[in-house]
Write a protein that binds this ligand. Structure first.
Ligand SMILES: Nc1ncnc2c1ncn2[C@@H]1O[C@H](COP(=O)(O)OP(=O)(O)OP(=O)(O)O)[C@@H](O)[C@H]1O
Ligand SMILES: [Mg+2]
Length: 403
């Protein structure tokens, strides 16, 4: 039986009210690829995703773009209901999924009765309205800042950031810049075999004001078309690069590129907090070790306190293999968060690629689950629509876990 109190959405409501809601609402299960709300339709209910994942998509100039995805516990409908408009987006489930339908009037009644609930709904409304109500495509679709993060080292942040950035630039021909924010010991110059003469420290030396042309002159080009902003050439120079300066650089890059991919150091200082706050998407990288599960949970709780929207944070399980001694589903329920992506463990491919300084996505590896998993990550980033029912995260999970 579903325990509604497991969802933070109901936290501000008294138990008797939550019981009432359960009785008043419909629950429906759907198969992968089902559309249950279409742009322009009348919205009679407010939705809460109970299981699975749901993509929120919008059409513009004949193209469909995914604006964000909803994980279990995420809701949809406040912008339309509070604005009195018809559905602004189409909602389609990626995996088999279950949705709770809260009647529109019931939702409005809760807002009227409970100030805490009203405040949370208003906050969600103001975050979403800017994306959903904007004419045409939202800013969030372009110039996305995507940060790979965890406070524990060795999750594969740098390797995955490099490969994702290269793939976006090479296969999707996107304008991509990779920023190595591990200012003391960044690995991107090695991972991509780049000379280190252009870097962010040289940029700090420039006379203000900071302009794109100056940043451009300190970017290093990679053969994939990717541009890279490298860290200072030696660790003692890192402290010369101030957080406010980096923030300004990221803002300018965001306005000039389709994607700003950020690799981080495993710490949580002002610099990382700034990057996390300005990110459109955070890939919280982890491996299947209890210490990672603990740290990831602490971070997810912190993000909630920082009011970083849930839809911005995606948990990525790296180095997944069969006998891990921990069940992914148990990790998900302990995190109270879905694992959005699985990256298989492929030391035979990853380690030689690091040592050669050539990202593995540049190798010709037919049907490699590792490359497929990065491809899926990129497809999610570019908002590319999956054909109905072909979204095969489960086939990848099956491959990785031998289910
Ligand atoms: N999918 C994978 N399969 C096998 N090995 C992997 C995979 N991903 C990463 N690794 C290995 O894990 C190690 C750590 O990766 P990486 O340096 O990208 O982690 P990181 O999170 O950036 O660490 P740090 O916080 O120390 O910078 C690398 O040596 C790499 O060989
Ligand atoms: Mg690293």
């Amino acid at each position: 039986m579903i325990n509604l109190k497991d969802f933070s959405f109901f936290n501000t409501l008294p138990t008797r009210e939550v019981e009432k809601i359960r009785k008043a609402c419909r629950f429906n299960k759907y198969t992968s690829g089902t559309t249950f709300l279409k742009e322009g339709e009348k919205l009679e209910d407010f939705f809460l995703v109970v299981e699975g994942q749901v993509a929120v998509t919008k059409s513009h100039a004949g193209k469909k773009k995914t604006l964000f995805t909803l994980d279990p516990g995420d809701t949809y409908g406040e912008v339309e209901i509070l604005n009195g408009t018809t559905a602004l987006c189409t909602l389609v489930g990626y995996q088999d999924f279950q949705v709770m339908f809260i009647p529109r009037d019931f939702f409005l009644r809760l807002i009227g009765l409970y100030p805490g609930f009203a405040r949370e709904s208003r906050e969600l409304y103001s975050r979403r309205a800017s994306i959903l109500l904007e004419q045409g495509l939202s800013k969030a679709v372009f110039g996305q800042v995507v940060t790979f993060f965890n406070v524990k080292g060795g999750a594969g942040k740098s390797v995955m950031a490099a490969n994702t950035a290269v793939m976006l630039a090479r296969n999707w021909r996107k304008r991509v810049v990779l920023v190595d924010l591990n200012l003391s010991f960044g690995d991107q110059a090695i991972l991509l075999s780049l000379p280190h003469d252009r870097n962010i420290y040289e940029l700090v030396q420039e006379r203000p004001p900071l302009k794109m042309a100056k940043i451009e002159s300190q970017l290093t080009s990679h053969s994939s078309g990717l541009k890279v902003l490298l860290p200072p050439p030696s660790p003692e120079l890192a402290e010369k690069v101030k957080t406010e300066f980096v923030e300004q650089v990221l803002e300018i890059l965001r306005a000039n590129f389709d994607f700003v991919i950020v690799d981080t150091h495993n710490q949580l200082t002002d610099l990382e907090l700034m990057a996390l706050e300005m990110s459109d998407l955070i890939f919280l990288m982890m491996t299947m070790e209890l210490t990672f599960v603990k740290n990831t949970k602490v971070l997810l709780d912190l993000f909630q306190r920082m009011k970083i929207p849930r839809e911005k944070v995606k948990v990525v399980l790296n180095r997944a293999f069969k006998a891990m001694g921990l069940e992914p589903s148990r990790v998900e329920s302990s995190l109270r968060y879905a694992i959005s992506h699985f990256i298989p463990s492929e030391g035979d491919i990853v380690i030689p690629s690091i040592n050669a300084g050539v990202p593995f996505v540049m190798q010709r590896l037919e049907n490699s689950p590792l490359i497929m998993s990065v491809e899926k990550l990129c497809q999610r980033l570019v908002g590319e629509e999956q054909e109905k029912g072909t979204w095969s995260m489960f086939s990848l999970i099956k491959e990785v876990f031998g289910l």
